[in-house]
Every structure is written in C-alpha cells, then in structure tokens.
Design a protein around this ligand. Structure first.
Ligand code: SF4
Length: 347
C-alpha cells in the first residue's frame, strides 16, 4: 500500500466536491496543559477535515484526548492550557480569533453538547430561559415564536409534555432528560457544525436510538457536520461516515468506517475491534488490550502504544511513527502496519 506522510496540505478526509466554506480544517493542533507536576501533552499534531454533512467519530479510551480535541477547537480549555496549530472555519482562523468572533461562532455556527449536563447547564435558570438565550442570540424569532420553537425543540429531543416542563430547573429532570435539554440547547441555533462529547452515554438504549435518529435527520435536513466523541463502536458503525482512533493524544488511525472496521491497520484499533462482541459470526473469545494507557506527563519514548503492543520492536521504542496517508482516504501511525493487516467479517 503506497503511503505518504500526512501533512497540512494532504489531509485524510478531503473530498474534491467539498464546499470549501463549510469545511472545518484542523492542522497540527496541539494542546499543552501546565500543571505543578509538569506539562501534559494532552493532544499532539491532530489534523483532519470535516466536510458539510459528514459525521466523524472520534474514538479511544478515557484520557486519549477526544474531549480535549473538541474543546480545543472552540478554545474552551481552561487558562492553564496552551493551544496551538490551526483551526479554520468559513475562512476564519479560530485559534487566534477575538473573543467577539468566537462568541459569534459558538452556539450559532458551531455548537457543542457536553458530556456532563449537570455542569454545563445553569442550575438557577429554567430550561425555557436557557434555550431562549440561544434562540435570542442566534435567530431573529420574536418572543412568541421563540416560545413555540422551545417547545418544538424539547419535543424533538423526546421530552414528554414539553410545554408543561418549560419552567422546570435542571435539577427537576433526570440525568437522561438533562442530557436531552443540553442537546435541545445545542440545536437551537441550527448550527452548521455540531461537536458532541459522548452525548448518549448516560441514556438508555431506546432514548439513545431516538437521539441518534434525530442527529441523522438533522444532518440530512441542515447538511450539518458532526464530530461525535464516543467509546461505543456500535454507535460509530451506525452513525458515522468516518472514524479517527485516538491514543495518548494522537490520531493513530483514520478512514471510512466500513474500511477501518473491515481491516483495521493499527494494533490498537485491532485491539478495540477485537474486544467488541459480534452477532451472527462464529463464537471466538473476546480480546482485551493488556496494560493501561500511558501517563501523558511522562509518556514512553517512541510509539506511545509500545508497552502494550505485542508487535513492538526497537524501532518502535525509539521513534514516534508518523501518521501516513494511504490510498482510499486512510491514514495510520504504525511502523509495521503493512505486516499487521487483519481483515474481519462485517456480518
Ligand atoms: Fe506497535 Fe510499533 Fe506499531 Fe506502535 S509502531 S503500534 S509499537 S508495531
């Protein structure tokens, strides 16, 4: 398989028919977090593109940098964090955008659904007030129209008897209901790009399915791009067009979902796939990835996965493998990927 090193000019995911304006371009994004114990390299050299209407799944273990990536895109990291690189959206560079420019972008053009609704929602404002604030900031609806739109949004995300719940506060909702309120707030400005940080993890499977269907219909109706952070590969298979696998703050593999699931190239991706049960195929023992993710304060030299990788060589312990662009819009960061391809039945 022919490979070239992925660069800012040759990124996985670029398609010739993409409308340049609404394509999110992320190049060499790095986030350092300075702590009393040292500097954490939370994400390193993250590059990808997201076209309008495309859904990218960001997967990996806890601490792999998925949430930091989403927050860094919108500069929502705490003060001790240092974000560098380039994030361009509608011809604007977001990394050094002014607070006013970022304000305009957040919520209206790019919205985010957070993992923890209890932290993200304001506990002293009713849900009506919180949705109305977004509608007021990002639409031209009058008061009556905003009220009806609020009811419509809450109904859309599956809150029963929405009109009666308008004056409730976040603590009066269950965890799953609060998550749905968060999603309603994010959708209120009809964003062109949605950043979703494990939005369905706390929901039961029926509600999760409703939310996934809602996101798919919004993608179709608004041609909205979505970055969906999850550790659930089943959700990725169902929802996403492309997947990027993160390990220790870097993307180690990316590609179209069908291709990556059929033949994962990176040993970590192979381990993730091997740990998921599949229905309808011959029973085989599930695999687990031995060991734990490395400390980002003091990562191992060379490939971060080397202490857990059964294929590790001296080269792996010395040199960080570059992210290589392969044919078919795929990329992988492994010194020995050519010898490790494993095909899987998708049934
Ligand atoms: Fe394993 Fe080496 Fe590939 Fe890293 S570079 S995943 S250690 S084979």
């Amino acid at each position: 398989m022919h490979a070239t090193e992925a660069s800012g000019h040759d990124l996985p995911g670029k398609a010739p028919d993409a409308r340049d304006d609404d394509t999110l371009r992320v190049r060499n994004l790095n986030t350092l977090i300075h702590t009393p114990r040292g500097t954490i390299k939370a994400i390193q050299d993250i590059s990808f593109e997201l076209r309008p209407g495309e859904i990218l799944g960001l997967v990996g273990e806890s601490g792999s940098g998925k949430s930091v990536t989403l927050r860094s895109l919108l500069r929502l990291m705490p003060g001790a964090a240092q974000v560098s690189g380039s994030v361009t959206w509608r011809g604007r560079e977001l990394i050094d955008a002014s607070p006013q420019e970022l304000q305009r972008t957040r919520g209206g053009e790019i919205a985010m659904i957070f993992q923890e609704p209890m932290i993200a929602l304001n506990p002293v404002l009713t849900v009506h007030r919180q949705i109305d604030e977004t509608l007021r900031a990002h639409t031209r609806l009058n008061g009556g129209q905003r009220l009806e739109r609020t009811v419509e949004l809450l109904t859309q995300v599956g809150i029963p008897d929405a009109r009666r719940r308008l004056q409730n506060y976040p603590h009066e909702f269950s965890g799953g209901m609060r998550q749905r309120v968060m999603i309603a707030i994010a959708l209120a400005g009809e964003p062109s790009l949605l950043l979703a940080d494990e939005p369905t993890t706390a929901l039961d499977v029926t509600i999760q399915q409703q939310i996934l269907n809602l996101l798919l219909s919004l993608r179709d109706r608004l041609h909205m791009g979505i970055i969906f952070v999850t550790h659930d590969l089943g959700v990725v298979a169902q929802l996403c067009d492309r997947v990027a696998v993160m390990y220790a703050g870097r993307i180690v593999e990316s590609g179209e979902v069908g291709a990556v699931f059929a033949a994962p190239l990176h040993p970590y991706t192979q381990g993730l796939m091997g740990s998921v049960p599949r229905v309808g195929v011959e029973r085989t023992p599930l695999l687990s990835i031995e060991g734990t993710p490395p400390s980002l304060l003091n990562p191992p030299p060379g490939c971060s996965f080397n202490p857990r990788c059964v294929y590790a060589t001296d080269l792996c312990r010395r040199q960080v493998p570059p992210l290589l662009s392969l044919a078919g819009n795929r990329s992988v960061a492994c010194h020995h990927y050519q010898h490790l391809v494993k095909t899987r039945s998708l049934s």
